[in-house]
Design a protein around this ligand. Structure first.
Ligand code: AMP
Ligand code: GLY
Length: 426
């Protein structure tokens, strides 16, 4: 089968590796891809912001199936547009992608169908929003309604901070995403990422991970796209997983189907494990980055068959298997990230590191210039190690990271710390 994968990050590099392991993928094209992916299979230039350009490429290349990596094309309706020209794609329709595209939509759905989440209110009027935060307990969480690349969330410790965040969002700091705002109660607990493969009516658990969103060690500093992840998520045992499926994922699927917008694709639930059980923080409608770089190396079985079954609406009543090992993924970012990453610096010794046993190196923002590999954005590489325990995977991941010669790059040194802390002393 001739498959087109859309995207260019570390997540798509991990998806490409997993798809190429599947013997049913006879031909994999990735657009636009990156230099790491280009070393594995054919990549093609593409402006992902243009649905027309995507359709032209998929038709011109005669592809049988399209796998969509990032959220923006899903929210913009790429799956609908492909269906309209007779091409099957993995991912939700625009109507179902609202689970990620509008935080207010998801909160209203949770309220209507009794899905556990933080108490909230929605505002489009700045004065009303300001009045509300003055009268509510702290901390308050302020969120831009629309897509903001993981950056449209402020946890405000005081009313003044909450008002400043509201002023900022209504003034357009997140563009139209901030014209509507959700204000919600702060949830205390441990955060985990949970994945479910969905075919519109059925959902199969698709593993878990724990991401580190903050820039600084011990989870401090500004939010980023994600500085590293460990899979499986620590503490998410079978009993808790069953609750997440029964209380959150399955009711969401029923709700979306009842509304006439069934969800097909990968549903990524950001969860807080609170003292009263799991609560939904937010949905994403695709795999996470860097969660995918930790999760997919543990997947057993053929990825394409799962994705096709979900897209066709006929997932079998079975379970998806992941290896027992722990995968730990460390993101290497360019100095200056997230504000102003330094571009164009050279990365050396990557091939030797990628060849180490148990290590995989995924590219995100890199560029080739002749024989040289250059950093070309914020989150540049992800290094994943597989090991029998979190501590072992962590040790191996940093040993590999330290062999990469890139003085202008940096990473957090404590990825997986919660998982390591839960481990009994060796
Ligand atoms: P989101 O983009 O909605 O996932 O929010 C980004 C991050 O903000 C989450 O990963 C959480 O760490 C944090 N967050 C969001 N909502 C809440 C909440 N209600 N309580 C506590 N932390 C939250
Ligand atoms: N790492 C979080 C995300 O992909 O949204």
């Amino acid at each position: 089968m001739r498959v087109l994968l859309l995207g260019s990050g570390g997540r798509e590099h991990a998806l490409a590796v997993a798809l190429l392991r599947d013997p049913n993928v006879t031909d994999l094209l990735v657009a636009p891809g990156n230099p790491g992916i280009a070393a594995l299979t054919r990549t093609l230039p593409l402006a992902l912001g243009s649905i027309d350009a995507i359709i032209d490429l998929a038709k011109g290349e005669n592809v049988d199936f399209v796998v969509v990596g990032p959220e923006a094309p899903l929210v913009a309706g790429v799956v609908d547009a492909l269906a309209a020209v007779g091409i099957l794609a993995f991912g939700p329709t625009a109507a179902a992608a609202r689970l990620e595209g509008s935080k207010g939509f998801t909160k209203d759905l949770c309220a209507e169908f009794g899905i556990p989440t933080a108490a909230y209110a929605r505002f489009t009027d700045p004065d009303r929003a300001r009045a509300y935060v003055r009268n509510h307990a702290r901390p308050t969480v302020i969120k831009a309604d629309g897509l903001a690349a993981g950056k449209g969330v402020v946890i405000a410790a005081s009313a003044a901070e909450a008002e400043a965040a509201l002023n900022d969002m209504f003034a357009g700091s997140f563009g139209t995403a901030g014209a509507s705002v959700v204000v919600e109660a702060f949830l205390a607990g441990e955060e985990v990422s949970f994945f479910a493969l969905c075919d519109g009516s059925r959902a199969l658990a698709f593993g878990s991970a724990q991401d580190h969103k903050r820039l600084g060690e011990s989870d401090t500093g500004p939010n980023t796209g994600g500085m590293g992840a460990v899979s499986p998520a620590p503490g998410l045992d079978a009993a808790l997983e069953a609750r997440v499926m029964g209380e959150i994922i399955e009711p969401t699927l029923r709700a979306m189907a009842a509304r006439g917008t069934p969800f097909r694709g990968l549903l990524f639930a950001g969860l807080m494990i609170t003292a009263d059980g799991p609560k939904l923080i937010e949905y994403n409608v695709r795999l996470g980055d860097p969660e995918a770089q930790a999760l997919l190396p543990r997947l057993k079985g053929d990825l394409l068959a799962w994705l096709l079954a979900a897209a066709r609406g006929d997932l079998a009543d079975t379970s998806i298997r992941f290896g027992d090992e722990v995968a730990l993924a460390v993101v290497l970012a360019a100095q200056g990230y997230p504000a102003l990453p330094l571009r164009g610096t050279e990365i050396r010794d990557l091939a030797e590191v990628a060849a180490l046993p148990g290590i995989q190196v995924f590219h995100a923002a890199t560029r080739r210039e002749g024989p040289r590999l250059l950093a070309d954005g914020g989150r540049v590489l992800t290094v994943t190690a597989l090991g029998p325990t979190p501590r072992d995977a962590q040790r191996q991941a940093y040993r590999a990271v330290d062999r990469i010669d890139w003085p202008e790059g940096f990473c957090r040194r404590d990825i997986g710390w919660r998982a390591v802390a839960r481990e009994p002393e060796a």
